[in-house]
Design a protein around this ligand. Structure first.
Ligand code: SAH
Ligand code: SF4
Length: 435
């Protein structure tokens, strides 16, 4: 989500005539797009800012912008801490960057953190990839997970209209993009704030409806979406993914904890049994589907046994990948005020233990690719070996292969290549192109 916001803001700067600087400490304008999901992400911005504030004291023309979730959370406090900053802007203001910078040009110090109806993009994002693109479909989040800072910094759910989303995808296809990933914090909430009821009395404009609506855009080969919420994930969505050929067989569905008691305290709104049932249903329709997830360890009051319940779900489900995190108390969240916080050492210990299990299981899961032919969408060159391309399987496994194929053919980013997999690692694959 943050990367997508950064690409939109970079696009606006480009339209305004800015060009990418060669180094962070040489730029005339520095914009940090910040994250506050955990404390360590937040701390990074302060260390970067120190150096820039020093430069600004020597060069008053330097413009310093803090965007994103730390900006939203801290607001004016940031200006008090680092008075050299010119502009503090929350994530809902990303599309307003040009207007805000004009206010700075007029000599103002600007704080833009008020709730916004998010404007449709009028500029084009400067995307990092020429092959894969993010497409935001819903902003914000109306859930109230007790550990999570997102609703307070990204605001209420705002769905974009299906027609505008389709237009954006059509434009991307014309520019040569091959893969799109639809984005939302809780993507299953898509359309809740849009009008429309079907003849059968069902809500119109669900994520599933949107998938059917955009699926036939010519030129787009692959469609992904993230992040799914187990509370709202539907059978209809599973059927659509099985039925629609461009929908990739990869599901990112965070479960957060294997303990029903902890899930309740997190206010996630589902039981671990429901989660297991969803995975069972996905695998029944798409046996090879990859499943990835997010997990928090060391939530307040988490006992050894509750942590073990999480470990056993990791084993039972057999995840392809998991983003693990040690619980980090966040400002303005209920669980940050609870008195049963666990010591840092214990959280770190649990994180290490789960990480080694995740790696072991991922390697085991990846072994199924050995000697298999996989369709890889080449995205770019391997940064460590220019003779190799990097791409992904439909199931989102990163795969490296020689750009030279049979008959001296040279593959390039954007090509769909059949690769025979010969090396399997925990989080990536390598192989040889065969057609
Ligand atoms: N909307 C997504 C996730 C958004 S945040 C969802 O509901 O699943 C991404 C991940 O960061 C979360 O899934 C969670 O695992 C992690 N996370 C969020 N708040 C956290 C906190 N306070 N401490 C540690 N990890 C956290
Ligand atoms: Fe945070 Fe929960 Fe919303 Fe995800 S669903 S962004 S974890 S509040």
């Amino acid at each position: 989500m943050n990367k997508a916001d950064s690409e939109r803001m970079a696009g606006i700067l480009e339209v305004m005539g800015y060009k990418k600087a060669t180094a962070e400490l040489e730029a005339d304008l520095v914009l940090y797009n910040t994250c506050t999901i955990r404390d360590n992400a937040e701390q990074k911005v302060y260390s970067y800012l120190g150096k820039q504030a020093q430069r600004k004291r020597k060069n008053p023309h330097l413009k310093l912008v803090i965007a994103g979730c730390v900006a939203q959370q801290e607001g004016e406090t940031l200006l008090r801490r680092v008075p050299e900053i010119d502009l503090v802007m929350g994530p809902q203001h990303a599309n307003r960057l040009q207007i805000l910078l004009q206010q700075v040009e007029n000599g103002q110090q600007v704080v833009a953190t008020n709730e916004q109806h998010i404007l449709e993009d009028i500029t084009t994002a400067r995307r990092d990839s020429n092959v894969c693109a993010w497409v935001n479909i819903i902003y914000g989040c109306n859930e109230r997970c007790t550990y999570c800072v997102v609703p307070s910094v990204r605001g209420k759910e705002q769905s974009r209209s299906p027609i505008i989303i389709r237009q954006e995808i059509e434009t991307l296809a014309k520019l040569g993009y091959k893969e799109i990933t639809l984005l939302g914090q809780n993507i299953d909430a898509y359309g809740r704030d849009l009008p429309g009821i079907t003849a059968e009395g069902r809500r119109e404009n669900t994520l599933t409806d949107l998938l059917y609506f955009i699926h036939d855009v010519e030129g787009i080969e692959r469609i992904r979406f993230a992040t799914s919420h187990p509370r709202y994930f539907t059978e209809r969505l599973i059927d659509a993914c099985a039925e629609l050929p461009k929908l990739c067989e990869h599901f990112h569905i965070p479960f957060q904890s294997g303990s029903n008691q902890i899930l309740k305290e997190m206010a996630r709104g589902y039981s671990i049994e429901r989660y297991q049932k969803i995975i069972y249903n996905i695998r029944e329709r798409m046996p090879d589907a990859a499943i990835s997830s997010d997990v928090i360890v060391g939530f307040p009051g988490e006992t050894d046994n509750q942590f073990k319940e999480t470990l056993s779900i990791v084993k039972d489900i057999g995840f392809d990948q998991i983003n693990t995190a040690a619980y980090s108390p966040r400002p303005n969240t209920p669980s940050a005020t609870w008195t049963n916080q666990l010591p840092e050492e214990l959280k770190v210990e649990r994180l290490k233990e789960i990480n080694s299990l995740v790696e072991e299981i991922a390697l085991k899961k990846n072994s199924r690719y050995s000697n298999r032919k996989e369709e890889i969408l080449a995205e770019g060159h391997n940064s460590k070996d220019p003779n190799q391309l990097m791409g992904r399987t439909r199931t989102n496994r990163i795969t490296f292969f020689n750009s030279k194929g049979p008959d001296e053919r040279i593959y390039k980013p954007g090509d769909l290549v059949t690769v025979l997999i010969n090396t399997v690692r925990s989080f990536s694959l390598s192989g040889t192109p065969i057609s």
